[in-house]
Write a protein that binds this ligand. Structure first.
Ligand code: GDD
Ligand code: MN
Length: 375
């Protein structure tokens, strides 16, 4: 029993942690030490810890952090293997914390860490539930952004207003602090897709949150490069869809359907090409069109709909083959229905569309199960 009393006694040596600062990292080796230095200065007098969440950085970020964490108990590290995504990384880091307040800040020094104590005070002292850093009010600013990026960001902000339960001037902000119990309440509803974790949070909370907005200026990246790529727009759309119609229909089904719709176009074009231009027998032209459409659908779904389980290299080829295989049943139905409609009713377009619809529904179910198997 003495042993357990000792353990309790030593655990109480340290003061309880007030604030966990979650820091998502992807190749930020040149930034994390400076960030920790700045956090230590900004948060002097606060009991804080930094929870880094690294998604397989290849520049030694995780190794560097491991070394730092060995010497400094305020530094913790979660390493995710085979995973990607800013939002989901932040959610996991936040859920691993036990402090009453959780903040999120980028590792690349673009966010102003000196607003963290103000955010903490607003929550601890003024009873706010959420404190956000905003670039769009009072003295806040987007720094050296060009007019193009500014316009896109503001347009995206306007698109988001219908799904927000709390009015925010800058729902795209990656700098904020929240009461942990508020986050836990919203956690089951989070979409966790893409970049916009704050927007996700206010859309997933059951009620409007007591919020304070603290202006800051978005800085310039010192080291490394932005991970924002052209998928960001798609991820943003996925978040908006998931938060609006996602309750009724899976976002992946919508994407598969849209791509399937484009596939119908490809199939029709190929059908006209084979049947009208090349004068092939209808059945041959239809088979050619279906194979072309399947390849098109596989390729697009692989880079868009299922990019979270994207097949590459040898797996791409076996994936394509399995897609052909699982869809061959759909294709038989596709060709069969198409030919049947053509025989009975005539009309190239009508027969092509009828075949494609029957094929696509089957394709979605079968390929989600066999081709893009969840790892
Ligand atoms: N773990 C993990 N996984 N971290 C990631 C990932 C990922 O897939 N992608 C990016 N990060 C980390 C980066 O290492 C960096 O610390 C932070 O997330 C932000 O990434 P940037 O690529 O620098 O994004 P940004 O500067 O264009 O945009 C940021 O600031 C905006 C304004 O606040 C993001 O936070 C945006 O969401 C935000 O709107
Ligand atoms: Mn950045």
């Amino acid at each position: 029993m003495a042993g357990s009393r000792d353990a309790t006694a030593s655990a109480t040596h340290a003061l309880p942690i007030q604030l966990t600062v979650v820091v998502p990292t992807l190749n930020e080796v040149g930034n994390v030490e400076e960030l920790l230095r700045r956090l230590a200065v900004a948060l002097a007098g606060v009991e804080w810890e930094a929870m880094f969440v690294d998604d397989g950085s290849t520049d030694g970020t995780a190794e560097l952090l491991t070394g730092i964490a060995q010497a400094d108990r305020r530094v913790r590290l979660i390493r995710r293997v085979g995973r990607r995504g800013l939002s989901s990384a932040v959610v996991e880091g936040a859920l691993a914390s036990t402090s009453p307040v959780v903040a999120v800040i980028d590792a690349d020094l673009q966010h102003d860490e000196t607003v963290l104590p103000k955010m903490l005070a607003a929550i601890e002292r003024d009873g706010k539930e959420l404190a956000i850093g905003t670039r769009y009010s009072a003295e806040g600013s987007t720094g050296d952004w060009d007019a193009g990026r500014l316009r896109i960001s503001q347009f995206a902000t306007r698109l988001a207003s219908p799904i927000m339960k709390t009015r925010l001037s800058d729902p795209m902000s990656g700098l904020f602090a929240v009461r942990r119990d508020v986050l836990l309440e919203a956690a089951p509803n989070l979409s966790s897709v893409g970049y916009k974790i704050l927007l996700d949070l206010v859309a997933s909370a059951h009620r409007p949150l007591a919020v304070v907005e603290i202006p800051y200026t978005f800085g310039t990246r010192q080291s490394g490069e932005s991970k924002l790529d052209n998928m960001v727009a798609l991820e943003y759309l996925e978040l908006l869809l998931d938060k609006s119609v996602g309750r009724f229909i899976p976002v992946k089904l919508i994407q598969f359907g849209v791509i399937g719709g484009l596939g119908v176009g490809v199939q029709l074009a190929l059908l006209y090409l084979g049947y009208d231009a090349l004068q092939l027998p209808f059945r041959t032209a239809m088979i050619m069109a279906v194979i072309g459409a399947m390849t098109f659908n596989f390729t697009l779904n692989n880079v868009l709909t299922y990019r979270d389980r994207q097949l590459k290299g040898a797996k791409w080829l076996t994936g394509l083959l399995s897609f052909y295989l699982v869809c061959s049943v759909g294709a038989i139905g596709n060709v069969g229905i198409g030919s049947l409609v053509h025989q009975q009713l005539g009309g190239v377009a009508l027969s092509g569309i009828a075949g494609a619809i029957v094929g696509s529904v089957w394709n979605y179910v079968a390929s989600g199960w066999l081709t893009w198997t969840r790892r």
